[in-house]
Each structure stands twice: as C-alpha cells, then as structure tokens.
Design a protein around this ligand. Structure first.
Ligand SMILES: [Zn+2]
Length: 266
C-alpha cells in the first residue's frame, strides 16, 4: 500500500547528532533506527515502504528562518516534501510566510512550545492569515509534549479556535489531534475542519478511542505520520495495520488523504 508519512524530522548532516542528542537529553524521547539525517530518513522510508515524507522544521531563533529555508530547498525532491518554519517573533514573520510560498513549498510547521508563543495571541493572527492567503498548509504541534511536561497551552480545543479565527486555513493538528489530550479532541474537535496526523497516537493494541477518532472524524482529514526519528516508520505502519481493520480507511490514512492535501497524483 502506497504511503505518505506526513510528520517527520531531519536535520542538516553536520547538525543531526547534536540536535537529536539535545532533544533526547531534554525529554524521554529516544531516537529510533533513523539517525536524524535526510539520508537516514530515506533509508528508513525504503525499509518501511514509504514513498513520500514531509520533513517539518522548527525555527527557534530568528536567524534560523533563512538557514532552514535554504536547507529545505536543497533537500526537496519527489520523496521529500520540506515544510520550513516561520519565526513567530520576527518583525517580518508575515513576509517569511510569503517567502516560503514564493519558494514553492506546500506548508510550514509551527510549534507553540518550542517556539514559546500562545496559539491565540493576537500577534499570531496576521501570520496565520498570510499562511491561509498563500494556501500553505499549517502543520501545527497539538497537545502536550514530552519535552514540556505540564504545559497545556496546546489543547486541541484551543488550537481549533485558530481555524475559527482564520477561515480557510488548512491546519493539521499533530499527534492524533493533540498528544495525550485525546478526550479534549474527541469532545471539541471531532467532525471539525481540522486535519490530523496520527504520529505518536497509534496504539499498540486496538483501542476504542483511536478507532472512534480515525473513523468518525471528518472524511479525508486523517493522515499517517510517525514523528520519525522518534518513532520507527516500519513499526508504526505495522501498528496501524493492526488497529485498523478496514482496508479502505487504511488506504485513505496511509496515502489518499495526504496526497489530496499535498496535491500529489494518485
Ligand atoms: Zn514532530
């Protein structure tokens, strides 16, 4: 079955070891078989039978915007779809969104915890507006994060307000709508316009809540994702196949929904 992984991370070769090590040290995360480089990700994709991966970057300092944009240009290919980042506190964050769109990218990643902003802060609205105006996809961290325990600013219901404020925004709430805040997603976001990726949300065994979310959320809005290198792509596909017994739904999640959103041919 053809597969798109809508949520992965990688770093420039010279930076990968340091970046992965720093995140491991600040959280309980452990890298999988992938080593945080693009070549490592491609090897992992080959092993797992994944055609395409979205690589999401996060700018945590103003100067990273340009380096991430340039690196994203270098690594873009048929199999690698980079989502660069915007630095929200930059005076020209709106222009950064324009630059990302002008460079031909399909989307951007924002992470309120790593980038330390409140999702509903008014100064974010023009940035979201620019993302929507240029038809960029916003891959949005949602829910808790293992590196920021106790910080609940990204509740799914909070994140959904962003889309209500910015009509037309194509927003993907990561981690099954919100890492470890699935009840809030079920209660407030099920059936909404928000897309979700299932990274970090695929259970080891069949689960009523998981089935409810992926089956009953708005059609076409659930996408496979792994958060590689933090999870192993092959293992995550195997888990997904174990907990979804409908081939049509599985095919939609593994390929169709993301292909449609990204504009990739079937
Ligand atoms: Zn991630």
């Amino acid at each position: 079955m053809k597969t798109i992984d809508f949520h992965t991370h990688a770093f420039p070769d010279f930076l990968a070891e340091q970046a992965i090590g720093a995140i491991e040290a600040s959280s309980s995360l452990q890298r999988s078989h992938a080593d945080g480089t693009v070549s490592g990700l491609l090897r992992s994709m080959d092993t797992a039978g994944i055609e395409v991966s979205v690589i999401a970057s996060i700018a945590t300092a103003e100067k990273q915007f340009v380096s991430i944009l340039n690196w994203s240009r270098e690594i873009a290919s048929d199999r690698i779809i980079p989502f660069p980042s915007i630095y929200p506190f930059s005076a020209d964050a709106v222009q950064q969104a324009e630059q990302v769109a002008d460079a031909g990218f399909r989307g951007v990643k924002l992470h309120p915890l790593y980038q330390d902003f409140q999702p509903l802060n008014e100064r974010m609205m023009p940035i979201y507006g620019a993302i929507a105006d240029r038809d960029l996809i916003l891959l949005f961290h949602s829910g808790d994060d293992l590196a920021f325990l106790g910080d609940h600013r990204c509740m799914p219901s909070t994140m959904l307000q962003v889309q209500k404020r910015v009509p037309g925004l194509k927003m993907v709430l990561s981690h099954l709508g919100g890492f470890s805040q699935y009840t809030d997603f079920e209660r407030h976001c099920l059936g909404s316009e928000a897309y979700i990726d299932v990274s970090f949300g695929i259970p080891d065994q069949p689960s009523e809540m998981f089935t409810h979310i992926v089956r009953d959320h708005t059609a076409g809005r659930v996408m496979f994702g792994t958060d590689s290198p933090w999870n192993d792509q092959k293992t995550e596909i195997e888990k997904l196949k174990r907990v979804i017994d409908k081939p049509d739904l599985l095919e939609d999640i593994l390929w169709n929904n993301a292909a449609e959103l990204l504009g990739i041919g079937h």
